[in-house]
Design a protein. Sequence first.
Length: 323
Amino acid sequence: VRKIGVLTSGGDAPGMNAAIRSVVRAGLYYGFRVYGIRKGYEGLINGDVEELNARSVGDILHKGGTILQTARSPRFTTEEGQKKAVSMANVFDLDAVVVIGGDGSHRGARDLSRHGVNVIGIPGTIDNDIGSTDYTIGFDTALNTVQDALDKIRDTAYSHERCSILEVMGRHAGYIALNVGISGGAEAVILPEIAGSLDIDKDVIKPIIEARNRGKKHYIVIVAEGAEGKAIEIERAVTEKTGLEARATILGHIQRGGSPTVHDRVTASVMGVKAVEVLMNGGKNRVIAIKNGKLVDIDIDEALEMKKSLDEEMIKICKILSL
Ligand code: ATP
């Protein structure tokens, strides 16, 4: 019987459990034995491995986080660490390792593949910043969490006629910021993709003053964590230059938790089955992705060369609607 390992790595994302469940159940369905590797690459190095059955993944579909836990493993980025990980994959006789995680985790999977371990990547990160796929598991849930927080902040901003500055996650990418900028009706959105050009007067102060002159009673500014301006700096600038009360809120890890949305559960389930089917069909070193609405698998080396960028049209729409 062929054996598959499954691990989650990097930042946790809602829907990772749904993906684990899917890999385990599809694996069993197709006659594999499936092993859970705890704490990402760190667990692989340490041999923290346990066989999973259909019941081990019962009652987790709706839970945030990851039952396998996750880790950032500096050891795994070294040649020595990777060799240990490979030898452990051999100890457990794993034919393949399914890696659920973000861009860094996919790079780690590629390194494993270069050492002879067959890997399949499943994109899981709230940041949606993996070049090879239009969508990553966890993104939709994070958007809804941020939107929920923003709606609450908007209530109090309106009551006090304040300017609220909300710093959202996304690492070096502005997918969360831009989408919530549109869904939450922000006056200004500060994106990392428009680097080197932040002009607080033009990009933040002017839209707020114009909005005030048009009779608005509250003002929302979304700042991506990877952007040039920090929420606290913008808070200070708005207070000094407009006389409005400004309040910065850094949402932080609330954005990573919570029960996954239907979209994330379905995407994770579909990707998990696809990962196992790719293995069934003899696939080697592939990543699962969504491209133009279609579920596909791509060679991992090619996938890691792929780039994507924020949709210019969405940036324009965000500006038009902030009037
Ligand atoms: P997220 O962006 O959601 O936090 P991620 O998967 O990008 O997820 P990282 O911390 O970048 O998170 O990566 C997770 C782990 O993958 C790292 O701790 C490291 O062990 C491994 N890894 C990251 N980058 C590389 C790389 N370039 N080469 C080899 N391994 C890597």
